[in-house]
Write a protein that binds this ligand. Structure first.
Ligand code: AP5
Ligand code: MG
Length: 218
């Protein structure tokens, strides 16, 4: 059965951290809209440069650009059996577009784990985050420090702080989430797809709860 899972949660909830852990277990490709934008910026594509103007301000990239990008990504052969979506959809318009894209191949969203973390914890998580230059591995200076400061444990590449992880941008991103993305909780609840996971536990405990939620929903 094809399995399209949408990971929902505010900035800093741990979507990327968890997606990296569970995508291997579920044998599904991890698709992060934020990472695709950052990759495009690194390559200096027109789309990457355009998206960066919004990302820097803590705003969402317009729906038409984001939906076109995800449509293309989902059409690749590695998504034949499904995908683990991290950071998409983020608006009701994107959720409706996703349903339409999947419907074109007789598929649908199978489950929407919502990683819930209190707002005050998000700022500390994001301002202390360090990300690996090469493959996006994620660390935290206090909660999950790398063995050697500034160096990725997994591939030895340089760790950097994301441009949008400055405190003022983080606050704006959380506000954007509250206004535009939070309504998706109700959207997916009404469709019987939402399952809430307590994201304030340890990373391992969240992974465990997430996997049981996803497997129950299957
Ligand atoms: P994106 O890259 O998706 O950012 P985000 O949603 O703001 O989420 P983050 O990546 O910041 O957090 P996360 O939940 O992945 O947490 P992480 O695992 O890293 O998007 C960036 C931007 O691109 C957006 O602002 C927007 O402009 C644009 N964009 C992207 N998608 C879009 C879309 N669909 N439409 C329009 N625009 C879009 O963890 C955070 C930190 O906490 C890490 O340091 C980690 O080590 C630590 N941590 C994780 N879990 C735990 C735990 N359980 N306990 C303690 N620490 C933990
Ligand atoms: Mg992320």
């Amino acid at each position: 059965m094809r399995n399209f899972i949408v990971l929902l949660g505010p900035p800093g909830a741990g979507k990327g951290t968890q997606a990296k852990a569970i995508s291997i277990r579920l044998e599904l490709p991890h698709i992060s809209s934020g990472e695709i934008f950052r990759e495009n910026l690194k390559k200096q594509t027109d789309m990457g440069k355009m998206a960066d103007k919004f990302i820097r301000k803590g705003q969402l990239v317009p729906d038409d650009v984001t939906i076109t990008m995800i449509r293309e990504r989902l059409s690749r052969t590695d998504c034949e059996n499904g995908a683990l979506l991290d950071g998409f959809p983020r608006t009701t318009g994107q959720a409706e577009a996703l349903a339409q894209i999947l419907n074109e191949t007789q598929a649908c969203v199978s489950c929407v784990p919502y990683i819930n973390v209190p707002e005050h914890e998000l700022i500390e998580r994001l301002t202390g985050r360090w990300t690996c230059q090469a493959q996006g591995h994620v660390f935290h200076e206090k909660f999950t420090p790398p063995l050697q400061p500034g160096v990725c444990d997994f591939d030895g590449s340089v760790l950097y702080q994301r441009n949008d992880d400055k405190e003022e941008t983080v606050i704006k991103r959380i506000q954007t989430y509250m206004e535009q993305t939070k309504p998706l909780i109700e959207y997916y609840q009404e469709r019987g797809l939402l399952c809430e996971v307590d994201g304030s536990q340890s990373i391992e405990a969240v992974t465990h709860e997430l996997l049981s939620a996803v497997c129950t929903e299957e």
